[in-house]
Every structure is written in C-alpha cells, then in structure tokens.
Write a protein that binds this ligand. Structure first.
Ligand code: IPM
Ligand code: MG
Length: 350
C-alpha cells in the first residue's frame, strides 16, 4: 500500500507533517514517498508537475496533497503556474469525482458567519465533476480578433462524463440522507440541459434516492438562506468550484474541511479544501485538521479501512471537545495552539 505524499507550497509542508505523523501512528504499514508539485516544483525543475512526480503518483495507490500556489508564482506564464500542476495530476490520474463534505462540528457553531440555528447540524456533501467542463474545454485562449483582444473558453460535457459522476452522487446519497440535488444552468446553457436530462434518466435506477434539480444561482442563494435543505449536491467542475467554497464557509472555517478526488477504481487524491495560505506560511499556526481529516477519507475510500477512518475522525472531534483551537477557529475561552501542538493533541487523542 503506497502513498505518494505531495506537501506542495505555503502551509502545505507544515500541515502535511502532522498528517504524516497521524498516518505513522496508526501503524497500518503504509509506504510513503514524497515528491514535488506546484511552485516548489517550478523552482526546482521548471514545471509544476514534474515527470518524477507523475511516475510516483501513477504507481501509488493514493496521493496525499497539501496545497499549491503563492504570490511568488502568480506572474509566471500560465503553463508554469502551480495550479496547473493540480489540474494536470487530476486529469492524468482520471480523478473525475471530487467529494467535498461540509460538516459543522457542534463545538465550532459560533465560527460560522451565519446564525447558529441556520447551520447547527449541517452536513452536506458536494460532489463536483473534476476533469471536464470549461476547465479543460478546447478551444480556449486570448487572441487578437477584429482589432481587439478576444478571450474564449469552451464548456462541454459528454453524456458518459455526466453519467459517471451522476452515479457517484446517487451512490453517495444512497449511503446518507437519500436526497440528491443536481445543480445546473439549463435556462441558459445547453450543456447543462444535457446535464439535467442525464441526471433525470439515471434516477429510475436509484428509486430510494429523491432527485431534485436547482439552477446554480438559486443554489448559491439557498446555501446561505437554508443550507440544511441539502444532503448531497452534484454539479459540474466550475459550478462545483464556486459552490464548494461557499458551502465550506457555512461551517466557519475552510481549515476544517477535507476532500477526496477519485477515479473509477477508488484510487484517489486527498487534500484539504483550503489553499496554501501564503500569509501564514512558515509560522506554525496553520490548522492541520483538514489534512488529517483527508487522511481519514483516504483510509475510507481508497483503502476500505473504515475503522481506522473513524478513529482519526473521532480523535479530531475529541481535540475540538477538549478546546484546542488553531487561530482560524479560535474563540475566547478555548486554548489557542499552533500546527504542531494540534498534531500532538490529535496523536494523544488517537
Ligand atoms: C479547487 C481550487 C482549484 C480549482 C484551483 C487551485 C485550480 O480552487 O480545488 O477548488 O479551481 O479546481
Ligand atoms: Mg476552488
């Protein structure tokens, strides 16, 4: 059982160190190997997703990733930006199914910007398609046309792409609250009319799941108005990017949320939902819990070790109950700790 570890940029190495300690403490016999991705990879090799990293990632059963990017690389040509490394590994490994849970831990109810009664008990799963849509569509670019600059991108989906993410979402809903909301913009965009049609065609195969549809602008509004109406949401790559950030903030801190990106055989890339947070990088104050919870998702989805996953999640709940808080979730009356101390607390709870 081989894990490719990609700490990446910014706070990536700090939070990854804690996740790796948790993995080691579980003593499950995983083999871990580290490689470069993102800005650090650009500095060392000239490309954000070097050949050696690609080889390691392909050979591993799972990839654990910290975060990529930072202001230092923002002015590089597009192909050399750290984000390109992330898009490349998703595409190359065929990681089409991105699972982004947004769970509100009762201890953190005050961290949300919404009223506690609106978010108490919140537990949403966003299933985002990750290897298609306008993110990868051709043609794309910025050109000179008719004497001015012209920018263009292409939104597209094949029905088989929609069907396979639809199945992941229906299956996920089946294991949870049995409600699936498919999000599209069918009133304007043909591609997303096809999306709605294919989801509707799949529904009879999952009679135990209640399928509904919602336009993306309304979904964005409903997420802040009454988020608990949702159980599982499924949507395309771009809408999913936006809605998952919105959903994550309902829980108060994006620093708590893990994610999984899976291929058809449950090989997966696991990463916190947050970014590289260059403003606090190297200070030892970042919240490692999203990365630690990503380890739990990896144990569950790729390795089928449900018990170990629950142990890790239980340890995280315990440290929250004990009052340990990194700066992003700190409130008066709790104990403020740094990245390493939070890792220590999780290890002790384990
Ligand atoms: C995410 C990020 C990425 C995306 C960026 C960094 C390319 O925002 O994982 O949500 O847009 O998919
Ligand atoms: Mg995003």
């Amino acid at each position: 059982m081989k894990i490719c570890v990609l700490p990446g940029d910014g706070i990536g190495p700090e939070i990854m160190a804690e996740a790796v300690r948790v993995l080691e403490a579980l003593e499950l016999g995983f083999e871990m190997e580290e490689a470069l991705i993102g800005g650090g990879a650009v500095d060392a090799t000239g490309t954000p997703y070097p050949e050696a990293t690609s080889r390691l990632a392909k050979a591993a059963d799972a990839v654990l990733l910290g975060a990529v990017g930072g202001p230092k690389w923002d002015t590089l040509p597009r192909e050399q930006r750290p984000e390109r490394g992330l898009l490349a590994i998703r595409k190359e490994l065929g990681l089409f199914a991105n699972l982004r849970p947004a769970i509100l831990y009762p201890e953190l109810a005050n961290a949300s910007s919404l009223k506690p009664e609106v978010v108490a008990g919140l537990d949403i799963l966003i299933v985002r398609e990750l290897t298609g849509d306008i993110y990868f569509g051709q043609p794309r670019g910025v050109e000179e046309r008719g004497g001015e600059r012209y920018g263009f991108n292409t939104m597209h989906y094949t029905e088989s792409e929609i069907r396979r993410i639809g199945r992941v979402a229906f299956e996920a809903a089946r294991k949870r609250g049995k409600r699936l909301c498919s999000v599209d913009k069918m009133n304007v965009l043909e591609t997303t009319q096809l999306w709605r049609d294919v989801m509707t065609e799949l529904a009879p195969e999952y009679p135990d799941v209640e399928l509904s549809h919602m336009l993306v602008d309304n979904a964005a509004m409903q997420l802040v108005r009454a988020p608990k109406q949702f159980d599982v949401m499924v949507t395309g790559n771009m809408f999913g990017d936006i809605l998952s950030d919105e959903a994550s903030m309902l829980t108060g801190s994006i620093g708590m949320l893990p994610s999984a990106s899976l291929d058809e055989n449950n090989k997966g890339l696991y990463e916190p939902s947050h970014g590289s947070a260059p403003d606090i990088a190297g200070k030892g104050v970042a919240n490692p819990l999203a990365t630690i919870l990503s380890v739990a998702m990896m144990l569950r989805y790729t390795f089928g070790r449900e018990e170990a996953a629950l142990r890790v999640e239980g340890a995280v709940k315990k440290v929250l109950a004990q009052g340990y808080r990194t700066g992003d979730i700190f409130e008066p009356g709790t104990s403020r700790v740094g990245t390493r101390q939070m890792g220590d607390a999780v290890l002790a709870a384990l």
